[in-house]
Every structure is written in structure tokens, then in C-alpha cells.
Design a protein around this ligand. Sequence first.
Ligand code: SAM
Length: 287
Amino acid sequence: MPQTTDPDEFEQIVDDSLPCPEVGRWAETKHSMVALYATLFASGIKAKWDNRTYIELYAGSGYNRIEGSDRLIAGSPLRVLQLKDRFNNYIFCEKTPALLEAMEIRVARHAPWAKVSHIAGDCNSMVQEICVAIPAASSGYRVLSLCFVDPFDIGIKFETVRVLSTRYIDFLVLLALYMDANRNYSNYIKAESAKVADLLGMPGWRGSWQEFQKNNDDFPEFLAERFAKSMEGLGCLPTPVHTMKMVKDDGNHPLYRLALFSRDKRAYDFWDQVLKYNTKQRNLFNI
Ligand SMILES: C[S@@+](CC[C@H](N)C(=O)[O-])C[C@H]1O[C@@H](n2cnc3c(N)ncnc32)[C@H](O)[C@@H]1O
């Protein structure tokens, strides 16, 4: 696979008859942002850290097909694998065995040089295995990781992020606030649902939501603010909602927010560049 400094460049993908889930066109926005952040991260920190590890929870199969078309695109793991400034290690966790098997074959095809741990299973259950796959740090060997969390829903448990954050990790998190949380509000508000409590790591979230509603009844905004507060509890810098990129579908309906969380101010400088670049691209292509 040719290496590139341009995070928007990827070699043509051809159908290999392996599983290739359909995605909306807007998945490309997400992939571009993740690839650009990963390239800024990897090139920006390489002098200071001995090891850079890229982790993707919810990794998929490596290839996707754009809904309603024959166009195949590389998923985020392959986009990151092609970057010129390589990571030393890659960890991909995927729940569906057939998708992970396809990923393994594609990674071997496109990036045979890469040191990759493929972890099969639910990332919330496999978090210890993921931690073990991150190279051990020592006083003479500094390890910094970037973890992209890319679920379809709000199924990522804060406890998983907490366990991972015992290592030095920056997190890019897709918060499925509209395509899941808002749509399923009537289910998640029920006393028997633990989904929001698990996402926020906050069993008493319903009381805070009631308080919040005195001024604002925007449930996605409440979740975004509360999730950022929970991340602050892990030592991340404050992350205002307006820095979380809102991604919409073709009909201009909000789907999710993509948010960066780090303990290091420099990470937010990189993220700022990603947000500016993305806005410039959208203006250029009028999307
Ligand atoms: C949005 S797709 C991600 C695709 C990939 N990140 C990309 O952009 O190319 C979400 C993936 O997460 C997988 N998945 C769902 N629940 C999971 C879980 N609890 N742990 C790990 N993977 C999961 C699904 O099978 C699906 O492949």
C-alpha cells in the first residue's frame, strides 16, 4: 500500500467478495477527520514519545460500500494504516467475527508491515485484553496512544474508557447523540434502562437531567456536556460542546458529534486544525 502524507488520499479499493458493510456518504467526513487527526498526532509527537499506538474500538471490516452505489471506500483502520507517519502498533477490536476476519485479510494485503493486534469481541468486555496489547511503558520507553471509538449507538461504556485511560491515551469519540440517544429517548429514560448511566458512568444521571431541563431540554446537548464532564474526571481538559464536530446526513439531519478528549493542550491544537480543515473542505465542495 503506498504511504501518503495526504489523509484524504487512498488507493482504489476493489471488491474482494469479503464482507463490506454499507455506510452513508457522511462516513467519509468521519474517516477524513480521523485520518487527519491521526496524521497530526503521529507526526507531531514522534520526537517526544518512543511508541505511538493506534487503537480502534468498533473497527469494522476494513472496507465499506457507500449506500446506494457501487463505490467502495477504506474504513478508518485502513485509512490510518496508510499514513506516512506510521504508528508503532495498531489494535483493532471488532465484535462480529466475520468482519474481523475480513479486516485481518485486508490489513495483511494493504499493510503487511504493520504490527496489529486484532481483538475479537465486545470492546466493553475485552478492555483488559486491549490494555495488554498496548506496549508496556517504562521510564526509558514512553508510550502514547490514540483511541478512536466509533460505535453505531451510545453503547460505549464510560468504565471501558476509564480503564483504558489508566494508560496515556487521547480519545476521539463518536457520540451517537442523535442517531441513537435522541431517537431512543423514550426507552433510555425508563428506570430499567442502564444505557445512559453506562455511557456517562453516572448512575444518578436522571436527577442531573431534570436539573438541566430547567434551562434547556436538549437531550443530546445534556449528554455531550455530561460526557465531557466525566472525561474531565479522568484528567482530560474541559471540552466545550462547540468543539465536538456535528456530522449530519444528506438531508441535513444531525447524526452524531465527533469529540476529542485529552490531558494535553497540544492535542486540542491538532483538533482545531482538523476542524478548520474540515470546514474549508466543506466550503470548497459546497457540502
Ligand atoms: C460504525 S461501524 C465502524 C466501522 C469502522 N470504524 C470504520 O469507520 O471503518 C461499527 C462497528 O462496530 C462493531 N461493533 C458493534 N458493537 C461492538 C462492540 N460492543 N465492540 C466491538 N465492536 C462492536 C460493529 O460490528 C461494526 O462493525
